[in-house]
Design a protein around this ligand. Sequence first.
Ligand code: FES
Ligand SMILES: [Fe+2]
Length: 442
Amino acid sequence: MLQERIADVGKFVEPDRVRREVYTDPRIFELEMQRIHETVWIYCGHESQVPKAGDYYTVQIGRQPMLMVRGADGKINVLYNRCPHRGNMMCGDRHGNAGEFFRCSYHAWQFHLDGKLKNIPMMESGYAGTRFGKDSPDCSMKRAARVENYRGFVFASLASDGPTLLEFLGESKVAFDDMCDRAPEGEVEVVPNCFRVIQHSNWKIFLENQLDALHPSVTHQSTGRAAHEVEKQIAKKAKKGEAPLSYHMLSAFATVTIDKWDNFQTLNYPNGHCILTGYMGLRPRDPDTLAYDKLMIKAYGQKRFEEIVGVNIHHVLIYPGLSVQSPLQQLRAVRPLGVDRTLTEIWHFRLKGAPEAIYRRSLAYYNLVNSPATLVNADDLENFWKCHQGLSSDGGDWVTFGRHYGRDLIKGNAVETAPNCGTSEAPMRNQMKAWAEYMRGA
Ligand code: FES
Ligand SMILES: [Fe+2]
């Protein structure tokens, strides 16, 4: 067993530091795939990606190529993307419509959209008296052990036992509530298609960066400064003295200086999930926002509206594979491909029933901050690659997560950063704590 060859994974993780092999050892990566990604709930996609029967999207869960497909009955199935005959992948395209059933391109075995065998060419003459045929489970496409959907977001677990999706998500489900509640119709819709970026670094490096409040004003300072310069020039010329909100999305990297990031707070929960509060909780008063507010009040009433837009979240990290910025309807799914290769799918969503201008805001953030075209993303990617290179060297054995260690506040099963400790490395400690628990098989 792989696990026996890696003596005591616990020795790789201490509360405030982690051995470098955790990021670079291919054997540890293999065990992570078994123990974490192919066990816990992994995000497959949003139901609006597959609106019609036969619509499918391929998705990677751990090392397994999977298919998310809408069945004839309207239900969403998650299947292994593999023909049970000789193993051919059923769908080679990233997404499409299978029609009324799947038909393998190799020998034309056919399957219903829930994976059950429909027909084999000359089945009677070819298989009568053998153990293969219509009723043999080996002749159907294998299904993910469990599939659940929360507010349109579809997850699958390849393990038949374990917590339910809601038990797994715990407090982090606020990511989906916050996103959907901000829509006058209470639902979001995916914007096709996503950006796909392959990072040449370990998957955990990306996740550890998501709530790293110390890095933005350093790594993204050059972008922030440039944006702030232009913002000031536009503001000078503009009648009302304000540049469009999209400039603020970038200039904040310079105007929120390094010391101010300690004013934010992170909340850290079981299973490695973490929340960064603040920042985008701001409520602009421009005409577009006021028009949106009106629609929201009509839909929800004043009291509920205040509750919804008062949710003060910038970022939710759902360990081990999802980074959600709910107030701006952004979602990034993390798919490890190898110990030093990680795919991120970068999506954004439309609030159903909200004015076009509000959608444009989400699109602006998507393009300016999260897309591969922005320097914000490029600067992060360069750090990730350089981190992976450094960790692959013999220059040191440990990665340290000691910032504000010992100062966090324990509240029930949550760990909150104390006042003025927003740059605490508590989120990284929390993720590695969950990692060690999963790897021990806890
Ligand atoms: S491999 Fe699919 S039908 Fe033969
Ligand atoms: Fe960054």
